[in-house]
Design a protein around this ligand. Structure first.
Ligand SMILES: Nc1ncnc2c1ncn2[C@@H]1O[C@H](COP(=O)(O)OP(=O)(O)OP(=O)(O)O)[C@@H](O)[C@H]1O
Ligand SMILES: [Mg+2]
Length: 442
């Protein structure tokens, strides 16, 4: 996998969403600012609940988005950094330990061994045997999985906690705390095949909830602890950060499309009209005025011009929308509780994704999750056209951010088998403790 973007080299991000595909091409300029040069986005076809269901249709959607971004940036791209979504996303926090050779300080091969050990434990745990210490894991699934992220969050020597960089230290046993995210192999391969068919390489993969979090949170927030909820069209993705690093990723197969479908069914109106009603008039907050406010709705199969539709009070729309959003936040709360993450992550929540724009979601999330909630959109990116600067584009912007953090993570160079640390220290969510070892993790 190609990593480490140098300044002024183009970075391309591809967000394969359930409702839209987006491609951003950017450069990290001399002042370390991400500058967008090209954007392309269009309706996503062939994706359901964050997973590929029609490869040919998706290929066309991706090709169009990339083509538009390339035209705007006036350049061709060869590789993309892409997001991984869908119900098979599984995260785990694990601990592994190995012996340090007698009378030797910790060296890179020791670190490599302890990381390998962690990966193996993950493999066992994914198949249900739950060997090794593991915490904060979300639901399990039976199929074959592949590791998407394997992040060392801290090291221990002889049980001594909180070691940032064990290289050169003495002791008997080297331990590592790892945060791992995996996804089912089949969907990962399907996505990779479609991207390959678009003649693009995958330079890196990032779990959607992490990409979104990188785009719309600040380092202080991640340090204090934050839950980010990306409310998409077909999925609701959740990530938790504690002490600056990710500790939890999850995905629930409910999104804005479900709300739209509920409206279409509830009011017997075409999906396209339901979508418009939702975005223009939709809310989850009942108000005393709603009963008097009348919306014009036409029935499915009816000629709008001829009948002119019929009137429905806005309160009826709110009554249809509300339960689906309640269900979504209750599911998020249940998943966080199950993973013992509800109270350990602090009180801050950031909502992003297209569906977070529905009126009243922030208030509802505050009530159900009992936390402080704010709305988030992509930040700290220059040149992003207004049309793609909203919360629906948090994932795509976050993919760019992830790529630039890799640029900063140059921490390790190999020389005669020994490791040398660069003077530049990593910072930010994925560029913390031991991320200089990402290269080793493959
Ligand atoms: N103003 C709005 N009010 C309510 N919902 C909105 C609004 N604008 C967009 N949405 C909803 O946002 C959803 C799309 O969000 P987004 O673009 O983040 O999804 P996606 O990335 O394509 O899907 P996913 O992340 O689930 O794979 C749609 O269901 C759409 O109806
Ligand atoms: Mg999305």
């Amino acid at each position: 996998m190609a990593r480490g973007n140098r300044k002024n080299e183009p970075i391309a991000a591809l967000d394969v969403g359930t409702t839209k595909v987006a491609c951003f091409i950017a450069k990290l300029d001399d002042d370390e600012v991400l500058r967008v040069m090209g954007v392309g986005h269009n309706r996503s076809r062939g994706v359901r609940g964050g997973q590929v269901v029609d490869m040919a249709a998706l290929q066309a959607s991706i090709a169009e988005a990339v083509d538009n971004a390339e035209k705007m940036a006036d350049m061709r791209i060869e590789g993309v950094i892409v997001n991984v979504s869908g119900p098979s996303l599984l995260s785990r926090n694990m601990e592994a330990e190995v012996a340090i050779p007698h009378n030797h300080p910790v060296r890179i091969p020791d670190v490599r061994r302890v990381l390998d050990q962690g990966r193996q434990l993950h493999g066992h745990a994914s198949h249900g045997s739950q060997r090794g210490a593991s915490s904060g894991s979300n639901h399990n699934h039976g199929s074959d999985t592949e590791i998407v992220h394997c992040l060392p969050t801290s090291y221990t020597i002889d049980g001594g906690d909180g070691i940032v960089d064990p290289r050169g230290m003495f002791g008997e046993r080297l331990g590592v705390r790892l945060h791992m995210v995996s996804a089912a192999l089949g969907p990962l391969r399907n996505l990779a095949t479609v991207i390959e068919r678009c003649h693009l390489d995958i330079s890196d993969r990032v779990a959607t909830p992490y990409a979104s979090a990188l785009a719309c949170t600040v380092d202080d927030e991640k340090e204090m602890g934050v839950t980010v909820i990306d409310m998409g069209g077909g999925t609701t993705s959740v990530s938790n950060f504690v002490e600056g690093h990710p500790v939890y990723a999850d995905s629930i197969a409910i999104g804005g499309q479900h709300v739209t479908n509920d409206i279409a069914k509830g009011l017997s109106t075409p999906v396209i009209s339901a979508e418009r009603l939702k975005t223009v008039w939709g809310s989850v907050l009942p108000s005393s005025k709603d009963a008097n406010e009348l919306l014009r709705v036409h029935l499915v199969g009816e000629d709008e011009e001829e009948t002119g539709g019929h009137e429905v009070p806005r309160s009826e729309l709110v009554r249809i929308i509300r339960p689906r959003l309640e269900e979504t936040f209750e599911l998020v709360r249940a998943r966080l509780t199950e993973a013992r993450m509800l109270h350990t992550t602090g009180r801050r929540v950031v909502l992003t994704g297209g569906a977070s724009q529905l009126q009243g979601v922030r208030e509802m999330a505050e009530l159900i999750l009992d936390k402080q909630v704010r709305l988030g959109r992509p930040r700290r990116i220059k040149g992003l056209p207004e049309a793609v600067s909203g919360p629906a584009f948090a994932t795509c912007a976050g993919l760019l951010r992830y790529a630039t953090q890799d640029h900063v993570v140059t921490g390790l160079t190999q020389r005669d088998g020994e490791a040398e640390e660069d003077t530049e220290r990593p910072n930010g969510a994925f560029a913390r403790v031991g991320v200089w070892l990402k290269e080793l993790l493959g």
